[in-house]
Design a protein around this ligand. Structure first.
Ligand code: UDP
Length: 286
């Protein structure tokens, strides 16, 4: 069963599954409760791109907090195992580098990113309290920047923005001077990590970082994308949004040890696959 309110998702992303007898698509918003028979829940609900989660910040908090309460209540009722897609954002603008799971983070409670960061932090709290109080079988993963095919062209995050701009020969918009860093994980690697965590040992509930430890500046990313696409785009610099983290790199030793997991796709290979996807997307290239 796939639940989506389609605020940022698109039906075209699951259209190839619609005819399958074991697939069911339900339009639903997790701010409202839902009653289903399930044995595993992956809770990925919440817009993750800054422009989308800042569009209606109150709704973003509701999605993370009420969504977690509703899904944890469901897991408790039907005795399902439940995995929470948490985020590297819970580390905020990190004072520790690379980020390990025992770092508590450096998060502004009242900034423009707080609706997402604090919503996700509160969701982690709810997961661990339902686990301690109600013995709910939880798993918590902290996902670092992830990209790949089936992102929306207007998603707004850096990888899809730069690829779409490069393919259209439009200016590549770097926020700030481009020296801030991110570590980019290809979607297939991430999904493998999610599945391993869901099916992992019973005594390992997380939180565990999932991400690619290759760290790049945003300027390096822009240059790499221009090179691969052979684009005529120019790089332009715009102002840096408030509270934009300076650096980010996951320490994935725990995932390696407990799940035998590590990413297999390096940035160049992942970008090539993603660029190929966007080349075939008529919304981008026609
Ligand atoms: N960014 C950028 N140009 C864009 C979109 C994003 O320079 O068109 C920068 C952004 O300021 C941030 C980094 O790229 O430093 C990653 O941004 P994204 O929105 O992808 O994710 P997050 O900030 O949540 O890691």
């Amino acid at each position: 069963m796939c639940l989506d309110n389609f605020f940022t998702g698109g039906k075209r992303n699951v259209s190839h599954l619609l005819g399958k007898p074991n697939f069911e698509l339900i339009r639903h918003d997790l701010v409202q409760p839902i009653f289903l028979e399930v044995d595993e829940i992956y809770n990925l609900a919440c817009p993750a791109s800054p422009i989308h989660y800042q569009y209606n910040p109150v709704k973003t908090v509701k999605t993370s907090v009420m969504g977690a309460i509703h899904m944890l209540g469901l897991a408790k009722r039907v005795n399902a195992r439940i995995l929470q897609a948490s985020t590297s954002e819970i580390y905020g603008d990190p004072a520790v580098h690379p980020q390990k799971e025992d770092y508590w983070g450096n998060v502004n409670t009242i900034g423009i990113r707080s609706c997402y960061d604090e919503g996700k932090r509160c969701a982690e709290t709810l997961f661990f309290d339902y686990h301690r109080q109600n013995k709910v079988n939880i798993r918590v993963v902290r996902i670092f920047n992830t990209y790949g095919p089936r992102m929306q062209p207007d998603d707004g995050r850096v990888v899809s923005n730069f690829i779409v701009q490069a393919l259209k020969n439009q200016d590549i918009t770097i926020f700030g001077n481009g020296s801030q860093t991110r570590s980019f994980c290809y979607v297939d690697d991430l999904i493998e990590g999610l599945i391993r965590m869901m099916n992992g040992p019973d005594d390992f509930i997380g939180p565990v970082n999932l991400g690619n430890s290759g760290e790049f500046t945003i300027l390096e990313l822009a240059k790499k994308i221009i090179e691969i696409t052979d684009s005529k785009s120019r790089i332009i610099f715009k102002s840096l949004p408030q509270d934009d983290p300076r650096q980010r790199q996951p320490d994935i030793a725990l995932a390696r040890e407990k799940l035998g997991w590590e990413p297999e796709t390096d940035l160049e290979e992942g970008l090539k696959k993603t660029i190929q996807y966007f080349r075939e997307d008529k919304r981008v290239t026609s």
